[in-house]
Design a protein around this ligand. Sequence first.
Ligand code: SF4
Ligand code: SF4
Ligand code: F3S
Length: 267
Amino acid sequence: LETNERVPVIWMHGLECTCCSESFIRSAHPLVKDVVLSMISLDYDDTIMAAAGYQAEAILEETREKYKGKYILAVEGNPPLNEDGMFCIDGGRPFVEKLKWMAEGALAIIAWGTCASWGCVQAAKPNPTGATPIDKVIRDKPIIKVPGCPPIAEVMTGVITFITTFGKLPELDRQGRPKMFYSQRIHDKCYRRPHFDAGQFVEEWDDEGARKGYCLYKMGCKGPTTYNACSTVRWNGGVSFPIQSGHGCIGCSEDGIWDKDSFYSRL
Ligand code: SF4
Ligand code: SF4
Ligand code: F3S
């Protein structure tokens, strides 16, 4: 690794909330400082770079020419297509234009989070801005979907570590997600699973079952249909995850969570 040239990464932001970045900068294994300072060359990131204005935009042009076919395009958020893309203007032009322009020279694209992977809340019906997942706009490049709202920090840095260590893209499932993190359902490794198998369920938020840590399925837990690494990798450096905090999984890494009988639509 120490002798490898650091992989150039361009990190762009469309319609999103920036919590994917917030998650990323909290990675503990590996530490995000090691990723940013030793493993990749993060040459552009609207959110955290010091450069601004024309100086910042010039980096895109330079990277596109100098590292053609070698850089990773990491995208947080998605492009809105209605009204010719006018709902997201970035650097003086519609984000969708900037996205397509930088995608042309990229080796591969990482779609960070549920926004970039599936559309997320801004694509929920009636989707007034025409928010559209990355893979519906870019058709001719490998796209690695890393869904979650946000994705787990160590899943994000794990994907980057795999690429920089092995010099290839991770194996993906049929939906474009890395198999190493998204091949199992939350339910498969949930520590409350024995209660599910035994028919022991929380029926009210403050009942005896809740105090005993019973299964949250009857409270709307989407763990049985959600593919993510929360019940294995967990959050905050492996400390906990939503179900361990007493809240069912809302399926934040799945397509269409806001329209398909989501946890919140039941309230
Ligand atoms: Fe924010 Fe979720 Fe979109 Fe990430 S996927 S930018 S956390 S809304
Ligand atoms: Fe499955 Fe959710 Fe119950 Fe865990 S809490 S066993 S994920 S239904
Ligand atoms: Fe999201 Fe469910 Fe994990 S809500 S954070 S996929 S436990």
